[in-house]
Design a protein around this ligand. Structure first.
Ligand SMILES: Nc1ncnc2c1ncn2[C@@H]1O[C@H](COP(=O)(O)OP(=O)(O)OP(=O)(O)O)[C@@H](O)[C@H]1O
Length: 513
């Protein structure tokens, strides 16, 4: 009977897609000194060392093997590797290496991420590598105005000797100012639809980072659009007469033909090579089908689908629901100003918790709210302060959950227990990155223990000791907590009143119009 159960569990873990059942196991790779990496451009070795990277992590070496090494980018790669294991460099390095010998500048690599902050972070990594081999990197996230972004991405034509050509009369060739573009889906679609000279015609590499998140929403159909724009424009091996017509002086043309050979039938050639990544990569065939992968190869860490970082320690903090803020304060005080992120279940509870903490007198912890309710400029400022250490604790909704890499985060606190293991993995993964140690504390009521244990088992985590808050500290905080709660109630009332006043004012203005 027990055996039957075990068998059923095992079966449940077997992916439906056959190619997912024979993955490359990343754990079989060791770290490798950058000086010993085969085929690497020496200029990139210097750039890596300037980033304080002297050896490659296992996932980076595994991807290098499948791209620059014997794998030669022949298959599309699906990379499932834990948080903080170095996936960004895993895809950035081979792309920059491949493009280092390009002759003409045009947009050849596109990296898509779900949020602006993540895109900014990834752009930084490319910017530390690409200029070393003469490549330029652009960003399309809507951080600046669309016209500023266009002038960064598209090269204006040379206007010789002050002669200004009439664009109606003379169709000059607009060219890309970047080789690599890091984008969020919305802004990418804006450029595809509206920016003159923006083209994916020459695209050779597509990276879909945080894949499962990006595949969850349609984001203006960015993925089918990219796939369609990079699919074959010509049937068979023979170009049409139009393709043989001389092209505009200096312009570059990429003709993607429809493959006719075995294994390539119906596929475009030159091919758009794809790399898709996540710490919790989806195994859902219908979702993966959207990516139109070519002979996909899965690279994953060990046998388990989900894995937590090696050096992460998890603790549960048992408390009554109504006393959660007290336990949080006591925990934060015992962490003595270590960089920490507190996760709540929604933007509203983030705001509420942050407001409540402000009413705790003498807390002596620099904390800030970080949520999608805030404007981007406010969020960016908070993130900068957190990175620099000016702010020690971020109270965040799930806006911080995925991919964010902040140096020195020692603790993650789940103020509200996440509902899914995927959320737990991404939240906890903000600490214990790049082989460093870190702790994850989850506040819960004793009735939630069973569910929590079951959830952690999915990531093969069977040990989660209880962290005991000092009862003396809890008692000493009670009176401050009562008065903070009272002030919070007043604050909520006054915020409600302000909001209703604003609503009334704007509806009056509308009526007058
Ligand atoms: N080879 C390396 N040597 C030292 N540090 C590295 C190396 N590669 C990456 N790092 C550092 O490790 C940290 C985590 O890297 P990265 O953000 O790429 O992880 P990730 O796998 O994408 O995580 P997540 O799934 O959370 O997005 C970064 O601070 C990065 O600078």
């Amino acid at each position: 009977m027990e055996e039957d159960k075990g068998l059923k569990k095992e079966k449940k873990n077997i992916p439906v897609l056959p190619w997912m059942r024979n993955p490359v196991d990343i754990t079989t790779f060791d770290q490798c000194s950058v000086d010993l990496l085969p085929f690497i451009d020496p200029r990139l070795v210097v750039a890596l060392k300037n980033m304080s990277i002297t050896s490659l992590f296992p996932v980076q070496l595994a991807v290098w093997q499948e791209t620059i090494g014997p794998g030669s980018f022949e298959r599309d790669l699906c990379i499932n590797s834990p948080t903080g294991s170095g996936k960004t460099i895993a895809y950035a390095l081979p792309i920059v290496q491949m493009l280092s010998t390009r002759a003409v500048k045009c947009l050849r690599a596109l990296v898509v991420l779900p949020t602006r902050d993540l895109a900014l972070q990834v752009k930084e990594v490319f910017s530390a590598l690409a200029p070393a081999v003469g490549l330029s990197v652009g960003l399309a996230v809507g951080q600046s105005s669309i016209s500023d972004e266009i002038s960064e991405l598209i090269k204006k034509p040379n206007v010789e000797y002050g002669i200004c050509y009439d664009p109606e009369e003379f169709s000059y060739e607009l060219q890309s100012a970047v080789d690599i573009l890091v984008a969020t889906p919305g802004r990418l679609m804006d450029h595809i639809n509206n920016t003159d000279g923006f083209t994916l015609e020459h695209l050779s590499y597509l990276v879909v980072d945080e894949t499962d998140r990006l595949l969850r929403e349609a984001y203006q159909s960015w993925l089918p659009t990219v796939i369609q724009l990079t699919s074959s424009s010509v049937d068979g091996n023979f170009p049409s007469a139009a393709d043989l017509l001389p092209c505009t002086y200096g312009s570059l043309k990429t003709i993607r033909r429809m493959g006719t050979e075995r294994g390539f039938k119906g596929k475009a050639y030159p091919r758009l090579a794809k790399m898709v990544l996540s710490a919790t990569l989806t195994q859902d065939p219908s979702k993966l089908a959207q990516l139109d992968l070519h002979h996909p190869l899965l690279l994953t860490t060990g046998e388990r689908r989900y894995k937590l970082p090696e050096e992460l320690k998890s603790f549960k903090v048992l408390c009554q629901s109504k006393l959660k803020p007290l336990y949080l304060v006591s925990l934060l005080q015992s962490l003595q100003g270590e960089k920490s992120i507190v996760f709540t279940s929604s933007v509203e509870s983030t705001h509420r918790l942050c407001t409540l903490l402000k009413f705790f007198d003498n807390l002596q912890i620099e904390f800030k709210e970080y949520s999608r309710l805030q404007r981007q400029s406010v969020r960016s400022k908070t993130l900068r302060a957190f990175r620099s250490g000016q702010v020690q604790v971020l109270i965040s909704s799930d806006a911080m959950t995925r991919g964010m890499d902040v140096e020195g985060v020692r603790n993650v606190i789940n103020y509200d227990m996440p509902a899914y293991i995927k959320t737990f993995i991404h939240r906890a993964g903000r600490t214990a990155r790049a082989g460093l140690s870190g702790c994850c504390f989850t506040l819960m009521h004793k009735d939630e223990i069973k569910r929590f244990k079951k959830m952690l088992q999915k990531a093969d985590c069977n040990s989660c000791p209880t962290y005991s808050a000092s009862s003396e500290v809890i008692e000493s905080l009670r009176s401050v907590y009562t008065s903070a709660l009272e002030k919070l109630r007043e604050n909520v009332e006054s915020e409600k009143f302000k909001k209703s006043k604003i609503r009334l004012k704007s509806s009056n203005v509308r009526r007058e119009k």
